[in-house]
Design a binder for this molecule. Structure first.
Ligand code: HEC
Ligand code: HEC
Length: 164
């Protein structure tokens, strides 16, 4: 009597396999970091700089950062408690070390377990990927700061950080 179940099982298997292949293809590139999709986070965290993809830092980093928004890299980026809660939940559940997100492996490699780095631009991997960029390029007036990803990565807002 298990005959009628068969087609369903096959459909699930096929779907499962194709989803895996897609994720694998993206992960192999190592340069896709899903952009922020939460509206509140995009607005609150995208007004002074681009809203950085949550998968670029571990959950511990976001938790620490959200706990000291009044002292945010020399700025006061504080929001009300309810908004902070919402953003913290969004960032931590989409962080680079939350399960199921394979994409972020590359940038998060070489981070000590339990560490809560606050800058993407100081991750060992980030530094290595950018080591060949000259002083003159960093000082280009259109770049201004290392955190200005979109100056060099045309696809940054869409989550693409390949060599372009
Ligand atoms: C009032 C302006 C402001 C707001 C709002 C703001 N930031 Fe920032 N953020 C800054 C400044 C200034 C820096 C330092 C930029 C630099 O070094 O060029 C920074 C840096 C960062 C960095 C490190 C960038 C690097 O060098 O790798 C992260 C991550 C970050 N912000 C996340 C957030 C998140 C998450 C939010 C929303 C909760 C947020 N920011 C909201 C001003 C702001
Ligand atoms: C001055 C220009 C510049 C800025 C600013 C910059 N990048 Fe890059 N980035 C590059 C270049 C060029 C490469 C390619 C390096 C190579 O292939 O050797 C690169 C490589 C990368 C890679 C690796 C891509 C891959 O194919 O594996 C990632 C991820 C990345 N950048 C993220 C960022 C993020 C995030 C920011 C902002 C916080 C940023 N970059 C800011 C120029 C820049």
């Amino acid at each position: 009597m298990n005959h009628p179940i068969r087609p369903l099982v096959s459909a699930v298997l096929i779907l499962g396999v194709s989803a895996f292949t897609l994720a694998g293809a993206i992960a192999d590139g190592g340069h896709y970091y899903p952009p922020v999709t939460d509206k509140t986070t995009a607005e609150e965290c995208g007004s002074c700089h681009m809203a950085f993809p949550p998968s670029m830092l571990p959950a511990a980093s976001w938790k620490k950062m959200m706990g000291e928004l009044d002292r945010h890299f020399g700025d006061d980026a504080s929001v009300d408690a309810a908004t902070a809660d919402l953003i913290t939940r969004y960032l931590t559940s989409n962080a680079g070390d939350s399960s199921g997100l394979r994409f972020s492996g590359k940038l998060l490699r070489d981070i000590a377990p339990g560490a809560a780095p606050q800058r993407i631009t100081e991750l060992p991997r980030w530094k290595r990927e950018h080591r060949e960029i000259s002083k003159a390029e960093w000082n280009d007036p259109k770049v201004k700061t290392k955190a200005n990803c979109a100056a060099c990565h045309d696809g940054a807002a869409q989550g693409y950080f390949d060599d372009d």
